[in-house]
Design a protein around this ligand. Structure first.
Ligand code: FES
Length: 64
């Protein structure tokens, strides 16, 4: 992947897959998490590990 480039792929009926060298995620409480490589952000709203996908979209009937 090109340095500095971020690729976000929306998976049908699933998460937003993020591919990057490094991402800073600012949480709702103001803390920051650093993620590298590949990770998935929940789009269904049912993950117990928000903002990350925990696979719950497969059983909650999410469409989108
Ligand atoms: S998109 Fe996977 S748990 Fe929400």
């Amino acid at each position: 992947m090109e340095p500095g480039k971020v690729i976000i792929t929306l998976i049908p009926n699933g998460p937003a897959k993020v591919e990057c060298d490094e991402a800073q995620i600012v949480m709702t409480d103001g803390t920051t998490q650093t993620k590298t490589g590949r990770f998935s952000l929940c789009r269904c709203g049912e993950s117990k590990t928000k903002p990350y996908c925990d696979g719950t979209h497969k059983t909650c009937g999410f469409e989108g």
